[in-house]
Design a protein around this ligand. Structure first.
Ligand code: PLP
Ligand code: COI
Length: 341
């Protein structure tokens, strides 16, 4: 398939089989040399711990077409480190940072014809993962593991790109107070499917979770982190909690808000009954990029932030700065862009 068959401007967030994916096995106490393969189907033991006990984790990062034609990865070292933390949490061998970045570079390069052209807003989403495999039946770490990376060309995760969406506060929790919320493990996402589907059924883009201990503090959007801009325009606020996934977009916005927008950044509680502190709010993540939050429905009432149709000025500046860095239009802080050559 040539890329003539893809309408870059119409890409959503759907699986498209690309040419090659990276695959490596952990056996005999070490990662074995990986290969690029055309085969997108895994052949694994029926006893694999990934299938029964959720022993797995994943990552999400993107390859961007730079305005000069080169290919950029955005802070892949941060994804590598987060995957190492996830692996430790569910007793899997860590993938070294160099191996992680090398595999991502190889997959982006090998699927270059699937990288959406500069200016279309599309990107090549990379999905690294580690799974426990091999013959096993008891609840214990697997005898073998797979580390793989595949790629899918994507457009906006929430329809329309930089456009406000409404979200619904869920009564469910995606993770427990001392559970696995801070690790990017599949179980958290399995737990989020039903609440997410319920929110969508009622016309919301996704659900938002409160803290699992007290249900009084806003913690996380279904697949992204929350941020708010206070009404005085001075503070960028984002929740911090052991049950929230520490997002790399969130981390980057904390730095950009402080260094480039001159805002005071606060990692702290966002009480659900004090949403009127904020003039603007947004969801941020690799797939979500920055999605403005129009309103949040809680206990039958919709709280609107800036507007349900317009994007607030601070959200717009953050979006321009972040996406500008990713596509080479804006100077990147040291080490944020890793080239694919
Ligand atoms: N929170 C959840 C539950 C996510 O799935 C994601 C996406 O990866 C994020 C937050 C944002 O993380 P990042 O910015 O690293 O993509
Ligand atoms: C990402 O932004 O990479 C995510 O993990 C969202 C994904 C679960 C669709």
């Amino acid at each position: 398939m040539g890329n003539e068959s893809i309408d870059w401007d119409k890409l959503g967030f759907d699986y498209i089989k690309t040419d090659l994916r990276y695959l490596a096995y952990w056996r005999d106490g070490a990662w074995q040399p990986g290969v690029l393969t055309e085969d997108n189907v895994l052949h694994i033991s029926e006893g694999s711990t990934a299938l029964h006990y959720g022993q797995q984790c994943f990552e999400g990062l993107k390859a961007y077409r730079d305005k000069d034609g080169s290919i950029n990865l955005f802070r892949p070292d941060q994804n590598a480190q987060r995957m190492q933390r996830s692996c430790r949490r569910v007793m899997m061998p860590e993938v070294p940072t160099e191996l992680f970045i090398e595999a991502c570079q190889q997959v982006a390069k090998a699927n270059e014809r699937f990288i959406p052209p500069y200016g279309t807003g599309g990107t090549l989403y990379l999905r690294p993962y580690v799974i426990g495999v091999g013959d096993n039946i008891g609840v214990r770490a697997a005898p073998e593991f797979i580390f793989a990376v595949f790629a899918v060309p994507v457009g906006p995760y929430f329809k329309g790109g930089l456009k406000p969406h409404n979200f619904l506060i869920s009564g469910y929790d995606r993770a427990a107070p001392n559970g696995t919320g801070a690790a990017k493990v599949g179980g958290n996402y399995a737990a989020s499917m039903m609440p997410g589907a319920e929110a969508k059924k009622h016309g919301f883009a996704d659900c938002i979770y409160l803290d699992p201990q007290t249900h009084t503090k806003l913690e996380e959007v279904g697949s992204a982190n929350f941020f708010g801009i206070t009404k005085d325009g001075k503070q960028f606020v984002t929740p911090k909690s052991s049950s929230v996934l520490p997002g790399i977009t969130r981390l980057s916005l904390l730095e950009l808000a402080a260094d480039r927008l001159g805002l005071e950044v606060v990692e702290g509680d966002v009480l659900i009954d004090q949403l009127d502190r904020f003039a603007e709010a947004g969801a941020c993540g690799t797939a979500a990029v920055i999605t403005p939050i129009g309103g949040i429905e809680y206990k039958g009432k919709l709280h609107v932030f800036y507007s349900e149709t317009e994007v607030g000025p601070v959200t717009q500046r953050l979006y321009k700065e972040l996406t500008g860095i990713q596509t080479g239009e804006v100077e990147a802080p040291q080490g944020w862009i890793v080239k694919v050559v």
